[in-house]
Design a protein around this ligand. Structure first.
Ligand code: AIR
Length: 174
């Protein structure tokens, strides 16, 4: 699941067991026609790969990194420690997790000086949207696509408002 032009967003995850969640970020970027790459990098099982990935990311042309991991989730923070690119962290409720809090807190509670923009538990789609919004600050075609996305989201809710109003009294919209 990738497009053939040079990636400007990197998606990494600690294990292939994270893929069913993390692919939501990939699908969003694909729909926005933003070139991305996706691979597995484990902070604990492949530490050198993590350092190589983060130190080469900027010169390879990446502008944002999305990093997801479960349990003792050190990947987003350690990648952020080794690059000046913005890093978006996705906490994942993995099979070895204690309710997801282990991952949330590992990714969220970064020390001053090394921020990770942490999305909600399993919220890889929001990570994709946030990455697109960062890209859009310097890319008018992505900015336009995000405007369209928001319009569609709004229309979707208004369709539900209409459906709900057919059965339940709604004085607000009268
Ligand atoms: N993980 C892998 N290396 C370091 C960490 N924290 C995480 C993965 C996955 C969880 O451990 O991100 O969410 C379980 O991985 P696995 O491969 O055992 O399924």
């Amino acid at each position: 699941m990738s497009v053939n032009t040079k990636a400007i967003v990197g998606i990494v995850m600690g294990s292939d067991s994270d893929l069913s969640i993390m692919q939501e970020a990939a699908i969003f970027l694909q729909n926005m026609q933003i070139p991305f790459e996706l691979t597995i990098v484990s902070a604990h099982r492949t530490p050198q790969r993590m350092m190589d990935y983060s130190s080469s990311a900027k010169q390879r042309g990446l502008q944002v990194i999305i990093a997801g991991a479960g349990g003792a989730a050190h990947l987003p923070g350690m990648i952020a420690s080794n690059t000046t690119l913005p890093v978006i962290g996705v906490p994942i409720k993995s099979s070895n997790s204690i309710d997801g809090w282990d991952s949330i807190l590992s990714i969220l509670q970064m020390p001053n000086g090394v921020p990770v923009a942490t999305v909600a538990l399993n919220a890889a789609k929001n990570a994709g949207i946030l990455a697109a919004q960062i890209i859009a600050t310097n890319n008018s075609s992505v900015a336009q696509q995000l405007e369209n996305y928001k319009q569609i989201m709004q229309q979707d809710v208004m369709n539900k408002v209409n459906t709900t109003s057919q059965k339940w009294n709604n004085e607000f919209d009268k």
